[in-house]
Design a protein around this ligand. Structure first.
Ligand code: KIV
Length: 295
């Protein structure tokens, strides 16, 4: 049986730039929204050319790119460095910058300033932040400055120490009620979308139906308006651990290992470089060079 052909959205002429408004329209048309993370120029180019709707420069960068145990150590300056590279690669997707730990929790002024840096210095078009009703003043202020905000509820990795680990959330009636109220508060505060991470599928579906703004799920079941994954997880590039909710579409870590082993073997056996990888010199020039040496 032949493999079905996959068409890439590389004919850019027919593609329309994705905006917060077009995401809202997708929800109204019941058209699923796709979102992925990117951390540099090649990953941004790959997700954008494939036609993803939203590209997130996630603070998951701390773990999957920088090798930290949690997302907490990554700084605003580091996020901006990566977001500039992503902005050079992603032209059609809506570009969202993740506000890192301590860039928006201390004061509303910090939150607005750092959100603004993403747009002024990082090439982003919107920001994402974690937390529920306690974030409402910051969200209102950022939105008031003309910056679209995406919320993030459920398993909020920046609160890993408070949550007692990377574990599913809102599994009892009280927590589910609080999560719904948080989601409504975020919508009311002006968020253009929210991410729901690692919560029961039936709760995520109910919230998606109650909210007018798009709800993007990660480990939150099929009833959301869209889905997001950490790109390096779904590509099998981040090998340390894989959350249960990740579908691995390929094993790039294995592919890289295979290629690197083949290279080492080629070097050892002198199969690389071959003539086609080698700079040549015209025979007469070479002979003249040797002749001059002997003179
Ligand atoms: O940092 C990140 O990659 C995220 C996604 C998991 C939504 O917040």
């Amino acid at each position: 049986m032949s493999t079905p052909a996959i068409t890439f959205n590389t004919t850019q002429t027919t593609r329309k730039k994705i905006t917060t408004l077009s995401l809202r329209q997708k929800k109204e048309r019941n058209e699923p929204i796709s979102m992925l993370t990117a951390y540099d120029y090649p990953s941004a180019l790959a997700v954008d050319q494939a036609g993803v709707d939203v590209v997130l420069v996630g603070d998951s960068l701390a773990m999957v790119v920088l090798g930290y145990e949690t997302t907490l150590p990554v700084t605003m300056d580091e996020m901006l460095h990566h977001s500039r590279a992503v902005a050079r690669g992603a032209k059609f997707a809506l570009r969202v910058g993740d506000l890192p730990f301590m860039s928006y929790q201390v004061s509303v002024e910090d939150a607005v300033r750092n959100a603004g840096r993403y747009l002024q210095q990082g090439g982003m078009e919107a920001v994402k932040l974690e937390g529920g009703r306690e974030r409402v003043p910051a969200i209102r202020a950022i939105v008031g400055a003309g910056i679209p905000v995406m919320g993030h509820l459920g398993l909020t990795p920046q609160s890993v120490n408070q949550l007692g680990g990377f574990r599913p959330q809102a599994k009892n009636a009280l927590a589910a009620r609080q999560l719904l109220e948080d989601a409504l508060a975020l919508e009311e505060a002006g968020c253009f979308a929210i991410v729901l991470e690692s919560i029961p599928a039936r709760l995520a579906e109910l919230i998606s139906k109650r909210l007018h703004i798009p709800v993007i799920g990660i480990g939150a079941g099929p009833g959301c308006d869209g889905q997001v994954l950490v790109t390096y997880d779904m590509l099998g590039l981040f090998d340390r651990f894989t959350p249960k909710f990740v579908k691995k579409y390929t094993n790039l870590h294995g592919e890289m290992q295979r290629a690197i082993l083949a290279y080492i073997d080629d070097v050892k056996t002198r199969h690389f470089p071959a003539p086609e990888h080698t700079v040549s010199m015209p025979e007469d020039e070479w002979n003249e060079f040797l002749h001059d040496l002997e003179a």
